[in-house]
Design a protein. Structure first.
Length: 190
């Protein structure tokens, strides 16, 4: 039952993008096309889950025993950076079109605070390894839902008659705000 609570909380109630406002850069930058958003979701999911597992193990079995828990953030950032480099190399070989579509936003996963935030929150919430993995997967799903829904709306907005002053980024921010308000309703606050 606890895993179900973690999943529902991470996906809907405490959505990493729309409620905690972490990972906004790829949310706004890569959400022009649904296909690109799905690719970014896959890359972020892979990095988020593996990073959470590795950082949990490093924290529990290296940082705590050595009494250097103050090194948590820098250690987590180094792990995430290495994983992103691995994903970038894999995508370049496996899917060059997706690699090209993600462009500069792929290396920016390194600085995606959602990935770091999930790793830190898993440790702060005192989750065990399995709960941390479920938490990371659920947050990746929440990230994916948010970015794919947002990109679908943005694609649809391109076909509508939007006032000239609102085209592009202004209407995207309005839609992002409305989407965040909709997700805020899951927490009972509205």
């Amino acid at each position: 039952m606890e895993y179900i609570i973690i999943i529902i909380s991470a996906v809907f109630v405490n959505n990493i993008v729309l409620i905690k406002f972490l990972g906004i850069c790829p949310f706004i930058g890569v959400s022009n096309k649904v296909e690109t958003s799905i690719g970014m979701t896959g890359a972020v999911t892979f990095v988020m889950v593996i990073a959470t597992m590795v950082t949990y193990l490093l924290y529990q079995y290296v940082l705590i025993p050595l009494g250097i828990t103050f090194m948590r953030t820098i250690t987590f950032i180094l792990v995430i950076a290495a994983l992103v480099q691995m994903v970038e190399i894999m995508l370049k070989k496996v899917s060059p079109p997706l690699y090209q579509a993600l462009g500069i936003f792929l290396p920016l996963i390194t600085t995606n605070c959602a990935v770091l935030g999930v790793a830190v929150l898993a440790v702060q919430n005192d989750y065990n390894l399995m709960e941390s993995v479920v938490f990371a997967i659920a947050n990746a799903i929440g990230f994916g839902i948010a970015i794919v829904v947002f990109s679908g709306i943005r694609e649809h907005l391109e076909l509508l008659n939007v006032p000239k002053a609102m085209k592009g980024v202004p209407i995207a921010f309005v839609v992002a705000g409305l989407l965040a308000l909709a997700f805020l309703g899951f927490s009972g606050i509205v």
